[in-house]
Ligand binder design. Structure first.
Ligand code: NAD
Length: 551
């Protein structure tokens, strides 16, 4: 029987399979489980608590074995992390087709999913775990950077210099906030009740300093703001206490958000409980803990609304804190918007989203060369230049070296074709796997997040991710995936992904041109269909055909 063991992607130019598309799938599957990348590699869990790359170790071995012998006109089918068939297709077809965690509507809840998982019939694929294109914490850092850049663009003249952001939660994802704010030249005050969360972020250089008190934090923040100097400040305490206190003090806060783990009331520290007692209280009295956590969240959200009333820019960062506060009876909980409708949707209308690529050579020099190519291709994009430059200096690679940046319709294909030329000319040592998160402009239906508050009310229409997967298959992607659940849970989202390999051949160039045009094109047409003017303009300017606009 095969069992847990350390897994690492092969590096270099030597093929262990019959071609670079198969090789890329094999390396990226292995890379997702590299101990530098995965949260619990022994359990095949990549990220997000339960998001897996393969159903079990036997399935992992079978996929590896199959990829080694898979021919250029064959396709491996993966059903929730287990290879279930190999079919003869053709050279334009994907080498792997993946469907993860999908359940029929009436059955799509956690209880049924867990029952089926227990029986060994399914697995949770998250977004990029089961589709083999997770690149570690760089993804969340870039997404958070992009959100704050969009806030700056919308409200503060394109920069956060001279502003103070208040947030809470310095955990796995939330810990990216201080660096994302300072990368946008702003000042951040970040509250967390766990002293280790603050220390860890200082050690990793995501957080600059720790304040001794709220007053100290405010003094440091206003001084840095006045000097227009970026600075991030950690403060220890309960956000449900400190955020209302700052409001009462009349603190000059410009932006407020939150990334405590509010989506799970058993992970949000209620007022009146010491942090050291949190785990035992949650375990011993879950119902009481939940009730008190929700009441505390209501206090926290009430203060956020107070800051909004006072003129600050306030948004929910996808942690359901508004919903929990509402459950506690706070009526104005939804007075501030979620981050997607507030800032990200205009980017989605342009087909923008989290484009990423990994160097199959394993050599960081290949990523440095692609960074340079991106800067050459898009010299006018200031926010992109700032991100690529700082990422080159600050991002520590996990597993195969990789890069992420947000590019839109008409940009991704140019980048992809340039990368393919660089492989062909030998400027890069080996091919690249070019993919993206499932959280993208036209690839997801998720009414609590990506498709919250669509203009035409089409939040829960899930035809779009299905069309997205089909168009990527039809356009020549190397592997395509269709998942359910992602970051918001069973019954709440359907989403698709693609990865396309730049191996330097003319055929790869043709495939890249189609996939990296049509994939973001889905974002443009999805938002034209929903009635967004920006998407209409993008479609008209860049020649995206929308039949219902042609009469
Ligand atoms: P995590 O559990 O790793 O970290 C949460 C942090 O919040 C911990 O450090 C904890 O000490 C702190 N915390 C809990 N209660 C607190 C309180 N009352 N006061 C101050 N600090 C408190 O979680 P994470 O992975 O960082 O994710 C945070 C939240 O953000 C989750 O709800 C997640 O679903 C959400 N999220 C949303 C998006 C998105 O939509 N863009 C992306 C990532 C994460």
């Amino acid at each position: 029987m095969s069992g847990p063991r350390p897994v690492r992607a092969p590096r270099g130019t030597e093929l262990t399979t019959l071609g670079w598309q198969q090789e890329a799938a094999l390396r990226m599957l292995h890379n997702n489980l590299d101990p530098e990348v995965a949260e619990h590699p022994d359990k095949l869990v990549v990220y997000g608590g339960t998001g897996k790359a393969a159903r079990d170790w036997r399935s992992f071995d079978a996929m590896t074995r199959t990829l080694r012998t898979l021919k250029q006109d064959e396709t491996m089918l993966v059903q929730s992390g287990r290879p279930v068939g190999v079919m003869q297709t053709h050279e334009w077809a994907p080498r792997v087709l993946i469907a993860n965690s999908n359940l029929v509507g009436d059955w799509a809840n956690w209880e049924e999913f867990r029952r089926l998982e227990q029986l060994g019939l399914t697995m949770y694929g998250q977004m990029t775990a089961g589709s083999w294109i997770y690149i570690g914490t760089q993804g969340i850092l870039q997404g958070t950077y992009e959100t704050f850049a969009a806030v700056a663009q919308k409200k503060f003249g394109g920069t956060l210099a001279g502003t103070i952001t208040l947030t809470a939660g310095l955990g796995g994802m939330g810990g990216a906030q201080p660096l994302a704010v300072t990368m946008n030249d702003g000042v951040a005050i970040c509250v967390d009740c766990d002293p280790r969360a603050i220390e860890r972020r200082i050690e990793h250089r995501y957080l600059d300093v720790k304040a001794d008190s709220l007053e100290h934090a405010l003094a440091l923040a206003t001084e840095a703001r006045d000097a227009r100097r970026p600075l991030s400040i950690g403060v220890l305490g309960n956000a449900a206490e400190l955020v209302p206190q700052l409001l009462a003090m009349g603190a000059p806060i410009d932006i407020v958000t939150d990334q405590t783990s509010a989506h799970d009331p058993l992970a949000y520290l209620p007022l009146g409980t010491d942090f050291d007692d949190m785990a035992s209280h949650a375990a011993d009295k879950p119902a009481d803990f939940t009730q008190r956590a929700r009441e505390s969240m209501a206090r926290h959200v009430e203060a956020m609304v107070g800051f909004q009333d006072a003129g600050a820019e306030v948004f929910d960062y996808g942690n359901s804190i508004r919903g929990e506060a509402k459950l506690a009876g706070y009526e104005r909980a939804f007075d501030f918007p979620g981050f997607v409708p507030a800032y990200i949707r205009p980017l989605f209308c342009e087909g923008k989203g989290p484009f990423r690529w990994a160097a199959l050579s394993g050599d960081p020099k290949d990523i440095a060369a692609t960074d340079k190519a991106i800067l050459d291709l898009f010299p006018e994009n200031e926010s992109l230049r700032r991100w690529i430059t700082m990422a080159g200096e600050r991002v520590h690679f996990q597993g195969l070296p990789a890069r992420i940046c947000w590019l839109g319709y008409g940009e991704r294909d140019r980048a992809g074709e340039r990368f393919n030329d660089m492989v062909a000319s030998g400027e890069l040592q080996a091919p690249l796997a070019i993919g993206r998160d499932h959280l993208d402009c036209g690839s997801v239906a998720s009414p609590y997040r990506e498709t919250e508050a669509m203009l035409d009310g089409s939040d829960a229409i899930a035809d779009w991710p299905l069309l997205n997967a089909m168009v990527n298959v039809a356009s020549g992607a190397s592997w395509v995936s269709l998942h359910h659940g992602g970051g918001v849970g069973m019954g709440r989202s359907i989403h698709a992904g693609q990865v396309t390999v730049a191996d330097g051949t003319p055929l790869a160039g043709e495939k890249i041109r189609r996939v990296l045009t049509n994939d973001p094109g889905m974002g443009v047409i999805r938002h034209v269909d929903a009635g967004y003017d920006i998407a209409e303009d993008v479609a008209a300017e860049r020649g995206v055909r929308v039949p219902m606009r042609e009469d």
